[in-house]
Design a protein around this ligand. Structure first.
Ligand code: NAP
Length: 247
């Protein structure tokens, strides 16, 4: 199995769902993991789960919608672990509504959390990767950033923006041996999709060639691969994890 021994990872939105699965997968491969989100209690449960499996993790309270919180947390993680080699920008929210009814706040909340937070946190951590002459930036985008989706103009714009950001950063940092890639999940069973209802669920399944929703771990495995040395020649790529829903 690929090894991330000696590597330090920071995963945002690690208190549940895909982020939690990424933190666990990276820790199982040997990385020390900073798990970050707003819910400290849930973060501590993730830390305990990783420790119970023999891994190393520490919880950091982080609100990616706050520039101050991002700067404080980045500093705290660097002080604790010494560096960050792998950054998984996973925290994300939805505020779904049709464009005609979309409030400015619905737009701002989603763009601030899903896109501006990624810019600020990535910027805070690239010096550490440059110093190590090794880095992995992995941004969790979405199939919706590639296809668009009615009722998600804000979310689709943020996730498409992440793809542009990923590619620009890939070009800027390639000479420093830092790769930047995006993972675009399709329809994954998490709290985010659980609220969508049976009718939506059935409609989604009808569009997935593999005939089922994805599991958090299936996204985490793609992230772990991109974080590894095995993915050393892959940068600026968008890896779809969507059961064939978009190809
Ligand atoms: P989830 O279960 O709702 O988890 C979202 C995570 O983001 C939580 O850990 C939450 O933690 C964190 N978060 C939200 N706002 C935050 C903030 N301001 N600061 C820090 N952390 C914040 O959703 P998920 O399905 O695992 O989604 C994870 C990522 O995958 C998101 O970027 C999502 O857009 C993307 N994605 C999901 C799907 C899917 O089908 N599920 C498909 C495509 C893409 P706290 O509440 O503790 O802060």
């Amino acid at each position: 199995m690929l090894s991330l021994e000696g590597k330090i990872a920071l995963v945002t939105g690690a208190s549940q769902g895909i982020g939690k699965a990424c933190a666990i997968a990276l820790a199982r491969a040997g990385a020390s993991v900073a798990v970050a989100a707003r819910n400290e209690v849930k973060l501590q449960e993730v830390v305990n789960e990783i420790a119970g499996q023999g891994g190393t993790a520490k919880a950091f309270v982080l609100d990616v919608a706050s520039e101050e919180s991002i700067k404080t947390t980045a500093k705290a993680v660097l002080e604790h672990f010494g560096s960050v080699h792998i950054l998984v920008n996973n925290a994300g929210i939805t505020r779904d509504t049709l464009l005609l009814r979309m409030k400015r706040a619905d737009w701002d909340d989603v763009l601030t959390t899903n896109l501006t937070g990624v810019f600020l946190l990535t910027q805070s951590l690239i010096s550490s990767m440059m110093k190590a002459r090794w880095g992995r930036i992995i941004n969790i985008s979405s199939i919706v950033g590639e296809t668009g989706q009615a009722g998600q103009a804000n979310y689709a714009a943020s996730k498409a923006g992440l793809i542009g950001f990923t590619k620009a950063v890939a070009r800027e940092l390639a000479s420093r041996n830092i790769t930047s890639n995006a993972v675009a999940p399709g329809y994954i069973a998490t709290a985010m999709t659980a609220v969508l209802g049976d009718k939506y669920h059935a409609a989604m399944l009808g569009q997935i060639p593999l005939g089922r929703e994805g599991k958090e771990e299936e996204v985490a495995h793609a992230v772990r691969f991109l974080a590894s040395d095995e993915a050393s020649y892959i940068t600026g790529h968008v890896l779809d994890v969507n059961g064939g829903m978009y190809m």
